[in-house]
Design a protein around this ligand. Structure first.
Ligand SMILES: [Cu+2]
Length: 147
């Protein structure tokens, strides 16, 4: 290998390593956490909203199935922290919460996890962004954040 090739290869590796850590540090600094995949021994069968602390902390156990999210509608007060646990019961679905950085996959047999704090009241539609069959375009849900 030529000396200039070694130099170019070394500089390339240093640059890629620098970019990797830059993305990692910026994602943490900007609060852009990636969803985690947590798969306990038992996966919940149906969706529900669980109140951990009234007015402050909730858990959404969401199930994607053809062609709905369960529960389809969730109402929480502004300022709440919502832990989202997401799974699917048939095929792979998407879970995109419009106006936020929540963008997850609902995969049968696994649970994906993400936390979101709602600081603005409003209506946050949930869309399935993974084609899941003939009713895919009707697969929607909503999180209503009230004053
Ligand atoms: Cu779907």
């Amino acid at each position: 290998m030529d000396k200039s090739e070694k130099t170019a290869l070394t500089l390339g590796l240093i640059f890629i390593t620098f970019l990797f850590f830059l993305v990692l540090i910026l994602s943490k600094a900007l609060g852009q956490d990636v969803p985690e995949c947590i798969t306990p021994e038992t996966i919940f069968e149906s969706g529900e909203l669980v109140t951990i602390e009234e007015g402050k902390h909730y858990q959404l156990k969401s199930v994607g199935r053809m062609w709905t999210f369960e529960p389809a509608e969730v109402v929480i007060p502004v300022g709440s922290e919502l832990e989202i646990f997401l799974t699917a019961k048939d095929v792979v679905h998407g879970f995109y919460l419009r106006g936020t950085n929540v963008n997850m996959m609902a995969v049968p047999g696994t649970i994906n996890y993400k936390t979101m704090k709602f600081t603005k009241p409003g209506i946050y539609p949930i869309y399935c962004h993974e084609y899941c069959g003939s009713g895919h375009q009707f697969m929607k849900g909503v999180i209503k954040v009230t004053q």
